[in-house]
Design a protein around this ligand. Structure first.
Ligand SMILES: Cc1ncc(COP(=O)(O)O)c(C=O)c1O
Length: 411
């Protein structure tokens, strides 16, 4: 008998360094519903996506062509970190009013609102810092700040016993989406806006006003921005207060643009600019140049009424379908604007993470409340988007959701 030859062993290299600890804290539900959005036949009511048919394709194509041929320096060079001066000036003028005096120094152009959230986290959060956040909280903000492993103090401005000074004091910053919050679609009323602004001035806490949906009012008159209420408390030549206002063209023109902005004190803009330098150095010059020319051409004023009509009609269609098929199990308020309806189960035993699994089997996708809770505990609500699908598809999506609710087997 010959001795058996040892099997050749696969070559074992040195073990690789582990990924950073914060990556372990991300939630699987987010990945699940992002992947689900691409399944054929599935009705995706989970995202916050605009209707692509509303994009002003022809006008944008002409503006982009002209931007490259007429302004090659702006479009094709590295623009300044803070943004093209022309765009900063246009944004300063757009948001200035009798109470709020803005100049170019108050404006930073960002690569979408998401980058503004990331930069705010970079300049204000040390490891484990405290954030005061409007509850429930935009999932993208929670994701952006996760690497700093912050702790959260959650507050609800709609509650009768809301105490803004207690909510803000001691936090690095407070985060709010006062116009049609993502995820709830709620408005923060004027009195609460004023109280939050007063509390920011009193406590010294930065107050972040994230406003992607401020133009999407379907009924009623828009409420004043908190940064304007803050400007009214100041007498300086330009705004120097504690509000950090964020905007974006994603919901009014098109998200592929990746143009967002921050309006804040020059001190805050300076800090964010340093963070942006180490992040992407600058936002696309082509997108910025197109944005300047689109603003000058009055594109927003022309397209907004069309978008509002489409979305108002879809909101009404969604709420009618919910009334017919979901009212036995859920409560909700019809939102005055924005992109979402937030529905809360009457039965506290509802687990909307489980409902999502059943919904996917039934061919529809909505967002469960756990992803909008920085502590991951809220399992009773769902966020339903109404801007991406036609009224017929929305009605079919809600019928499928009702099938999923029945499969859960709760009263
Ligand atoms: C509340 C809120 N903030 C910020 C963003 C980021 O928008 P964008 O990066 O497309 O400008 C979104 C997008 O849905 C949002 O809902």
């Amino acid at each position: 008998m010959t001795a058996q030859q040892p099997k050749p062993q696969p070559e074992v290299g040195p073990s690789r360094p582990a990924f950073a600890i914060w990556l372990g804290g991300t939630n699987e539900i987010t990945r699940m519903f992002l992947a689900a959005g691409k399944v054929p036949g599935l009705i995706n009511m989970a995202g916050g996506l605009p209707e692509p048919d509303t994009y002003p394709v022809k006008e944008l194509a002409e503006i982009a062509e002209r931007a490259v041929s007429k302004y090659p320096q702006d479009s094709l060079n590295y623009p300044p970190i803070e943004g093209l001066p022309d765009l900063r000036d246009r944004l300063a003028a757009r948001f200035s009013n009798a109470d709020l005096k803005l100049s170019r120094e108050n404006v930073l152009v960002t690569s979408g609102g998401m980058q503004a959230l990331d930069l705010i986290g970079k300049v204000l959060l040390n490891e484990g810092a405290l954030i005061a956040a409007q509850s429930p909280t935009y999932l993208g903000a929670v994701d952006a700040w996760r690497p700093r492993r912050p702790s959260y103090r959650l507050f609800s401005p709609e509650k009768n016993d809301f105490d803004p000074v207690a909510a803000l004091t001691g936090a690095q910053f407070a985060y709010t989406v006062p116009n049609f919050s993502n995820p709830t679609g709620r408005l923060v009323g004027l009195a609460r806006r004023q109280e939050l602004v007063d509390a920011a001035h009193q406590s010294g806490t930065w107050l972040v006003e994230d406003d992607p949906y401020g133009a999407l009012y379907y009924d009623g008159t828009p409420l004043p921005r908190m940064i304007t209420l803050s400007g009214a408390k100041q007498s300086g030549a330009i705004y120097d207060g504690p509000l950090v206002y964020m905007g974006t063209f994603s919901k009014e023109i098109a998200p592929g643009f990746r143009i967002g902005w921050v309006i804040a004190s020059p001190e805050m803009i300076g800090a964010l600019t340093i963070a942006k330098q180490g992040s992407d150095m600058c936002t696309s010059g082509l997108s910025q140049r197109v944005a300047v020319d689109a603003l000058d051409a009055g594109l927003l004023e022309r397209t907004l009424p069309v978008i509002l009509d489409v979305y108002r009609h879809r909101r009404d269609a969604l709420c009618a379908a919910m009334e017919e098929h979901l009212s036995q199990w859920f409560d909700w308020e019809k939102p005055v604007g924005g992109m979402f309806v937030w529905a809360t189960a009457k039965n506290p035993a509802m687990d909307t993470d489980k409902l999502l699994s059943e919904a996917l089997k039934a061919g529809v996708c909505v967002s469960p409340s756990s992803v909008f809770d920085p502590h991951g505990e809220d399992r009773r609500s769902i966020r339903i988007n109404f801007t991406l699908n036609t009224p017929d598809r929305l009605a079919e999506g809600i019928r499928r959701l009702a099938t999923a609710v029945k499969a859960i087997g709760l009263d």
